[in-house]
Structure formats: C-alpha cells, structure tokens
Design a protein around this ligand. Structure first.
Ligand code: PMP
Length: 439
C-alpha cells in the first residue's frame, strides 16, 4: 500500500495555506495544527472503517478516531443509515423530538448512577454546565480540578496550579479572568493527601471536585486504586459534589464507561457525569447527567439556567444512538484485541531499539510515554522524551499510520480495525522505533 513513504503532501499544504488566510493557524482546534510535532497537517478527504484518505489521496490507518468518537470506524453503514433516515425528516426543529429521548434513555440505561441527562453540543458545554449546576446546587463557588486533566476550554477549568496545596489557580490562557481561574484549586492527580489538605482548609467553599474518570489528556494515567473512591469519601464528608468527566472514557472503556470498569464505589457513585465523543458517533452532541435531585435544579424545573438551540439535535441524536446500539460486547472485545496487539508490538519494537518507554491503559485506551517509569501525574507525563515521540510519529505518518500528533494523547482504535489495518500498523513499527532511537 505505501511502498513509497508519504512525504510530499501538496494538496494538504495548499489547503493549509488557504485555511491559514481565513482560520487562525489554519485549524479549528489547535492540536490539529501539528505544532508539537512539526510538518504539514493532513487535510482529510474521506474516512472508511479504520482508514483515512487525505487530500492527496494517501491512505492512513487512523489511530485518532476523531479523538474517540469513531468507535465503530468511519462511515459505519448502520450509523450512516440512521443519519440519512433522520436527516430526510428534517435537520432541526427547535422543539423536542423522539431521537433525543431515545438517546437519553440509552445513556441512563447504561450508566447506573445516572438518573437523568441533559443533552448539549460539546464536551466543553457538558463540563461547563455540570459545574454551574454543582455551584447552583451547593451554593458554593470553588471547584477543585487536577493538573493534566482537560475538561474542555471552560474558563474556570483552564487553570494551572499555583504554588502550595490549596492556593487558587492562575489562568492557563490569555482571556481567562483571574477571577474565574481564581475560583479553581488545581491539585496533583492521584494525590489524595493533597485533596484532603485542600478540603481541610477550604472544604466549606468547595462546590465540586471534577476529575477525568481515567485521565486521557496527559496521555493515559489511570487512577491509582482507591483514588476515585477517596474523592467520593472526601467530597461527601464536606457536602461537595463529585463530577466524573467521562467525555473521553464514556462508552469506550466499557459499555458504561470507566465507571463500568472501576465502579461501583464503596462510598457511592459520583453525583454528576459528563459524556461526549462516542455518544455522538462523530456528530456534535454531548451530555451531563446524574442524580435526579441535582438535575432537578436545572431550568425549567429549577433555578440553574442552561439551554441550546441545537441541543438534542435529531440527526446528531440518531448518529449517537446508532453508535451506542452498535457497541456490542463483540465490539468491546475487538477494541481490546486491537489495542493490545498494537501496544504490545509497539512496546516490543521500542524495546528492541532500546527506546525507554512505558505503556499505560484505561480499558482499551492506551498511550506510550517515552520514559522508562510509570506516570501517575502531570509532572511525570511531562518528564518524557517528546523529541523521540516526534521522530516516531513522523516515521509512522510517512508509512501511512496516523497517530495523535502529540506525546500527551491517548491512541484510539475502533472495532473496524481489521487484521489488514492492524498488520499495516505492525509493519510500520520497527522503522518508527529505530527513528525514535536515532538522534
Ligand atoms: N472532557 C474530556 C475528558 C475531554 O477529553 C474533552 C475533549 N478532548 C472535553 C472534556 C471537551 O470536549 P469537547 O472538545 O467536545 O468540547
């Protein structure tokens, strides 16, 4: 398939030039710009199953899967049929309609602690709304988050740790008011003692702790045994809510997300969950939900306002529902097989090339850290050889395998990754491992 390494991409380069004139950086989400790895981002023209085709006609095995949503592969026939059927009936009504009800029912049926959900359009909206709801419910303002966890570009969550355990955070981005980030406490992930200390000092001010159910945005860093349960215990003791962000892990790590792997917890379930990605099947839909008494605070039932012109969109809901219904036990089994086959081979080739590395897991989500010790928090994730990753990435790309263009991301597989696609990845690994080793 790729006898010639893919090095020249004139059509993508031309599109990037056109895009850069009218879109900042030429992209609508920064990680797509290849700033961490250099080179020309590939403008995709089509996707089918595990394969992407770029504007120059080059084909790649996709190990991004749209950062999670494409769990069944691109343009899955059942999802395509559901989308076509829904679209033929109209695109958006601005009234309630049945598809959104069916999608909500499917989510509630899968994630036991979730009594009700509200549908939104992105993971960012889901976490933003969950935080507002937690603040409204508790009458408190402070949010605790963990360094290295990403919850979308919500002002209060784009915050970096200041020094000291319970100090309020500084904005991570220009344009975030100090006052927004200043209501956020950022703590090291997997450090329950830090959480206990923060609550000892400011427990009466804290509305919620938000955490990725298993972080995938600093690379994959699973919770240490007892960490999430500890968060549940500490938050409950202080009357704060626990928000589990399953935007990335939801319906991917198991049919009921990472909660399905790790829960139920001795001290009870998280109060609120956020979902996105898989539940939209590649369309812009997401959700937050949880305990009925908390959800009852939302407008029009309660005083916490939240809304959306396109929320519960019938076409997006149809795509999400068809995707979730397609996520059978066989799908999860295949995800595991594909992920382990690729990860084991990557590790073996990196070992053969003497490249220090560690593979970490959350269900079938995994990432390869270019360092020789396990990673338990953001400081650890940052302490890796990102240059080795960059060389590895470009060798894989030239051989027709599209990895996430950053060392701090999970690799995503789909159930459509058949033996041919997996073989293609395995064939690319030896040269990529040697490239990583070379300086
Ligand atoms: N939470 C988590 C855990 C995520 O991984 C992401 C996106 N990567 C978000 C929230 C934000 O979702 P979106 O990009 O749809 O706004």
């Amino acid at each position: 398939l790729t006898d010639q390494p893919i090095t020249d991409v004139p059509a993508s380069a031309a599109l990037l030039a056109r895009a850069s004139a009218v879109i900042p950086g030429g992209v609508n989400s920064p990680v797509r710009a290849f700033r961490a790895v250099g080179g020309t981002p590939r403008f995709m023209a089509a996707g089918s199953g595990p394969w992407l085709t770029d504007a120059d006609g080059n084909r790649y095995v996709d190990l991004i899967c749209s950062w999670g949503p494409m769990i069944l592969g691109h343009a899955h026939p059942d999802v395509l049929a559901a989308v076509n059927e829904a679209a033929a009936r109209g695109f958006s009504f601005g009234t309630p309609s049945e598809n959104e009800v069916a999608l909500a029912e499917e989510i509630v049926a899968r994630v036991e602690p979730v009594d009700q959900v509200r549908l939104v359009n992105s993971g960012t909206e889901a976490t933003m709304s969950a935080i507002r709801l937690a603040r409204g419910f508790t009458g408190r303002d402070v949010i605790v988050k963990f360094a290295g966890c990403y919850h979308g570009h919500v002002d209060a969550l784009l915050a970096s740790a200041g020094s000291g355990v319970a100090t309020f955070a500084l904005p991570d981005s220009a344009g975030v008011p100090r006052s927004s980030a200043g209501e956020t406490i950022v703590l090291p992930y997997n450090d329950l003692a830090a959480v206990e200390a923060a609550f000892a000092e400011r427990g009466h001010e804290i509305a919620a702790v938000i955490t990725e159910a298993a972080p995938g945005n600093m690379g994959v860093v699973p919770p240490a045994p007892g960490f999430t349960e500890g968060l549940r215990r500490v938050t409950a003791a202080h009357g704060a809510l626990l928000i589990s962000d399953e935007v990335m892990t939801g319906f991917r790590c198991s049919r009921s997300g990472f909660y399905g792997l790790e829960g139920p917890y001795a001290g009870g379930a998280p109060d609120l969950f956020t979902f996105g990605k898989v539940m939209g099947g590649g369309f812009p839909t997401a959700a937050f939900g949880g305990r009925a008494d908390v959800m009852a605070m939302l407008a029009p039932e309660g005083p916490v306002y939240q809304a959306g012109t396109l929320s519960g969109n019938p076409v997006a809901s149809a795509a999400g529902l068809a995707t979730l219904r397609g996520c059978t036990d066989e799908v999860y089994t295949r995800l595991d097989v594909v992920a382990h086959t690729i990860a084991d081979a990557a590790s073996a080739e990196l070992t053969a090339a003497s490249v220090p590395h560690t593979v970490q897991w959350a269900g079938s989500m995994f990432s390869v850290f270019f360092r020789d010790r396990p990673v338990t928090d953001y400081d650890g994730a940052r302490d890796q050889d990102t240059d080795a990753f960059r060389r590895f990435f470009h060798s894989m790309l030239a051989q027709g395998v599209h990895l996430p263009p950053s060392a701090f991301e999970s690799w995503f597989v789909s159930a459509s990754h058949d033996d041919a696609a997996v073989e293609h990845v395995l064939a690319a690994l030896p040269a990529a491992a040697r490239a990583a080793a070379s300086r």
